[in-house]
Design a binder for this molecule. Structure first.
Ligand SMILES: C[S@@+](CC[C@H](N)C(=O)[O-])C[C@H]1O[C@@H](n2cnc3c(N)ncnc32)[C@H](O)[C@@H]1O
Length: 245
């Protein structure tokens, strides 16, 4: 299957359009089917040693949406990751006060950065952006990188490689099983926006070592791991070796 990137409806609906609100709710069910939270949690724990996790950690999610996905991850990690400062970047400002309170109740500090990720990638050398430091212990993405054609994808990955020590991406697996699953999201009660976007997402997803191939070749001291995860997803991890940090 050739990779095809298409504009997804949810990305262009006004944030509070009822169809968008409903589609974001559908996404929670899609994440359950994809086992996203447990895959993200395991990947983060593989990237951050238990000892390092007890120290202050700065984490950035690019394309964070309403921030609810990571809240579930935070709930299971918070006892062992007590001092997290999380930045939720998305071009839509849709993280609710209740979600921010959910992070606060766990002892995590969460802040929203409402900006375009490509603008973030372009200006990352400035040092701070809206008072937010541009250095991260971990950058994470979920169902985000597949939105981008190769040039933008490589710009993002280059920015990520210069801004953090660890990176994790969770994406649709561009394969027949995931494509079949995406055609069946209607069985979960998903609305028309979700049904259409799910199929587009798989066509724009990744397989084999494609993300590794787009990782900046001049980024030295990094180790990469890329593989299918679960039935429907494709994951990429990158980490700087101790010597390179
Ligand atoms: C499919 S949603 C995933 C949201 C969340 N990561 C999750 O898995 O629940 C994709 C998100 O990427 C955001 N997005 C798409 N293109 C973006 C860009 N260029 N800059 C910032 N956010 C973007 C959209 O606004 C949307 O919230």
């Amino acid at each position: 299957m050739r990779r095809v990137v298409a504009v997804e409806t949810l990305d262009h609906l006004p944030a509070h359009d009822p169809a968008a609100v409903r589609s974001r709710r559908d996404l929670m069910w899609v994440h359950r089917m994809m086992r996203t939270r447990s895959i993200v949690r395991s990947a983060w724990q593989a990237l951050v040693s238990p000892q390092r996790a007890r120290e202050p950690l700065r984490i950035l999610e690019l394309g964070a949406g309403d921030g609810s996905l990571l809240l579930g991850v935070a709930r299971s990690l918070a006892p062992r990751w007590p001092q997290v400062r999380l930045t939720l970047l998305d071009r839509q400002d849709i993280v609710s006060p209740a979600t921010l309170e959910g992070y606060a109740a766990l002892g995590w500090t969460a802040q929203v950065l409402a900006t375009d990720a490509l603008a973030w990638a372009d200006t990352r050398d400035v040092g701070t952006q809206g008072g937010v430091a541009q250095r991260w212990d971990l950058i994470s993405t979920a169902l985000f990188l597949h939105h981008f054609e190769v040039d933008a994808l490589e710009l993002l990955l280059a920015a990520i490689a210069t801004s953090c020590d660890r990176f994790f991406a969770f994406e649709p697996d561009r394969a027949w099983l995931a494509l079949t699953g995406s055609h069946l999201v209607g069985l979960l009660g998903a609305n028309a926006v979700t049904r259409e976007d799910a199929v587009l997402s798989v066509h724009a997803g990744f397989r084999d070592q494609e993300l590794s191939g787009h990782w900046p070749h001049d980024a030295t001291g990094w180790q990469l791991h890329e593989a299918r995860a679960g039935l429907f997803s494709h994951c990429f991890s990158a980490w700087r070796t101790e010597e390179a940090r």
